[in-house]
Design a protein around this ligand. Structure first.
Ligand SMILES: C[S@@+](CC[C@H](N)C(=O)[O-])C[C@H]1O[C@@H](n2cnc3c(N)ncnc32)[C@H](O)[C@@H]1O
Length: 238
């Protein structure tokens, strides 16, 4: 498949949107957590000792809500948004069962209203790479706007080092390689080297990592090219 044809297939007009939603509804349909419950260590290492009781958090593209659940267990009030109704249903059930302060809603990020200085913590874990160009940019701007001064942002995305990217731009990709994720078909974009750091460059970067890692949490073992960022919005100067 040529790169140009791939771009046409993933056009922003949303020709593939229903397919992507169905794919996530289907993978979240089983009783187990599709991506597992483990979180990346840079996230847990940062938050485990922090007192975030009563903080207000946003988990964008929360899926089944593993990041939301961690924050809510630490007393954070979490707003969790995803366009997969199966993911949101599962998260609501878990949150109710454990009496956790999570408000989970089926929302397409296209329709999400980013209020200014609203959240102490924002999480966007492997979701910016699921958004087409213009929506990705407005979401990045929205995240920066909605994070309170002094607030913490955690983002991770897949990069051009991901085998899914290499397969999609390669004309030989029709023979599906063994080491790509089974949800790679829903990816709109793979970040360039250091791109994630660049787009949030006006925040104080606390942690940044890029690398390729083996993922055994779902489907057959496969690799992922990661970029992961923890950053703090500078306090307002008066
Ligand atoms: C790879 S999953 C990550 C889920 C979760 N953040 C995690 O790490 O477990 C990507 C998620 O983004 C959601 N998503 C993709 N595009 C979206 C959009 N435009 N609006 C809302 N959710 C979206 C998908 O439904 C899916 O649940």
């Amino acid at each position: 498949m040529s790169f140009r044809f791939y771009k046409l297939l993933t056009c922003p007009e949303g020709r593939m949107k229903d397919t992507y939603i169905k794919k996530f509804d289907s993978v979240y349909g089983s009783e187990d957590s599709y991506y597992g419950i483990e979180l990346r260590s840079e996230f847990t290492d940062y938050f485990k000792e922090k007192n975030i009781n009563g903080f207000c958090a946003l988990d964008l593209g929360c899926g089944e809500g593993r990041y939301s659940l961690f924050l809510a267990q630490k007393g954070c009030h979490v707003f969790s948004a995803d366009r997969s109704s199966a993911g949101i249903r599962k998260l609501k059930t878990t949150a109710e069962m454990h009496h956790l302060p999570i408000r989970a809603e089926v929302i397409d990020i296209e329709n999400f209203v980013f209020e200014e200085n609203r959240f102490d913590i924002i999480i966007a874990a492997t979701v910016l790479d699921h958004l087409y160009g213009q929506l990705r940019q407005t979401t990045i701007n929205g995240i920066k706007k909605s994070l309170k001064p002094g607030g913490i942002l955690y983002v991770n995305v897949f990069t051009v080092s991901d085998p899914g990217y290499k397969a999609k731009i390669s004309a030989a990709s029709q023979s599906s390689p063994e080491n790509i994720s089974d949800t790679a078909e829903c990816m709109e974009y793979y970040f360039e080297e250091n791109e994630l750091k660049g787009v949030f460059g006006n925040l104080n970067i606390l942690y940044y990592y890029e690398g390729v890692e083996l993922d055994v949490s779902h489907g057959r073992p496969h690799d992922h090219g990661w970029a992961c960022l923890l950053a703090e919005k500078p306090a307002e100067t008066v």
